[in-house]
Design a protein around this ligand. Structure first.
Ligand code: ADP
Ligand code: MG
Length: 343
């Protein structure tokens, strides 16, 4: 007897959703990225019960035209790329066109939007997969709001897998912080259970806005931060590192790396950072840094990892070594490490 069968579309979409939507923080990430891609100047992220009851992201960006609203929730529907060539030089954060569809299949989702050219706002709502959402008039200024209610209401196994509110909140806050840091030109606000957690305006002036940065990641960066600069034609870096903690200080690592505006958790970069510190200090200590890196988009592949936080550099060794050198230079310039440790 044959035992292989095709999954129903419903089940297939919920399984696919699992790859994008692991927990509330992954929803927050996708929605914040969409808000940034939409080119707004202000993004609001509001959650209830650590995102388990509600995740709402509102922006004042481009909006979505009425007839595109149902399409935005369809799998593999994106306005951001249209050809294989586009993949080679992606400038937006999204491009797979699967986030909203995945989120919609495991939540009660309402998408409300208005473009500058339209007189009225419209909304679509869906509960779970396989729906033909109807478009209804709504009230909304230019921009978009996505409400994600009762995440995993129809996938109990996933819901049970969620951690405590405290843990899920911490993950959301971390994602929010990384995305807000990644986009200095945008104002961000984070509200949890009706309380404002963080609020930053767009950065002022050239380079790193110290006040904005310290609001997001801690006053110590304002007090002890050492500048890291790289002006190579292959790689531009602007950032700050903190001096290594004294050994009795049990500080956790805080690594914030951004590549072309995208938060990055890349092994090559992290390895280079550690090597830079090791070269000067002769030992491995928790690293605390914020680094903005710019590289020609044609020299890096971003679509290697479904969650998009890993990349592949075309010239890995070159990039790695430039990072090591920049860290070593910054540390030595600030009198960290001794010459005995060099030899
Ligand atoms: P992707 O971001 O990979 O294109 P998504 O599923 O996240 O895929 O979004 C699908 C489409 O919906 C986007 O390509 C975009 O056209 C539209 N969209 C989603 N969120 C917003 C938003 N906040 N503002 C404007 N358009 C949006
Ligand atoms: Mg997206």
């Amino acid at each position: 007897m044959s035992s292989i069968r095709l999954l129903s579309k419903q089940l297939a979409s919920q399984i696919a959703a699992g790859e994008v939507v692991e927990r509330p923080a992954s929803v927050v990430k996708e929605l914040l990225e969409n808000a940034v891609d939409a080119g707004g100047t202000h993004v609001l992220c509001e959650i209830r019960n650590a995102g388990k009851v509600l995740i709402r992201v509102r922006d004042n960006g481009s909006g979505i035209v009425k007839e595109d609203l149902p399409l935005a929730l369809a799998p593999h529907a994106t306005s951001k790329i249209s050809s294989v060539e586009d993949l080679a030089a992606i400038t937006t954060l999204g491009f797979r066109g699967e986030a909203l569809a995945s989120i919609a299949s495991v939540s009660k989702l309402v998408l409300t939007s208005k473009t500058a050219d339209e007189e009225n706002a419209y909304s679509v709502s869906v509960e779970g997969p396989e729906q033909n959402p109807t478009v209804k008039p709504a009230a909304h200024p230019t921009g978009t709001t996505v409400d994600v209610g009762e995440l995993f209401f129809n996938t109990p196994a996933r819901r049970r897998f969620l951690k405590s509110d405290r843990t899920e909140f911490a993950r959301i806050k971390d994602i929010f912080t990384r995305i807000a840091l990644a986009h200095p030109d945008v104002g961000f606000e984070f509200i949890s259970d009706s309380k404002t957690v963080t609020r930053v305006s767009p950065a002022k002036g050239e380079g790193i806005d110290l006040r904005r940065t310290t609001t997001l990641i801690g006053a110590e960066f304002g007090v002890q931060g050492m500048r890291v600069i790289c002006e190579d034609p292959n790689l531009r870096i602007e950032g700050m590192i903190l001096p290594p903690p004294r050994e009795e200080e049990a500080l956790s690592e805080k690594i914030y790396i951004f590549l072309n505006g995208r938060p990055l958790a890349d092994k090559v970069v992290t390895h280079a950072l550690k090597e830079g510190f090791f070269e000067v200090l002769g030992k491995t200590l928790p690293i605390r840094c914020v680094l903005y890196m710019e590289i020609d988009p044609a020299k890096v592949d971003v679509n290697v990892h479904p969650r998009k936080d890993e990349v592949r550099f075309h010239e890995t060794t070159l990039i790695h070594d430039l990072i090591v050198d920049s860290i070593v230079y910054a540390l030595r310039k600030n009198g960290i490490g001794s010459y005995q440790q060099m030899v």
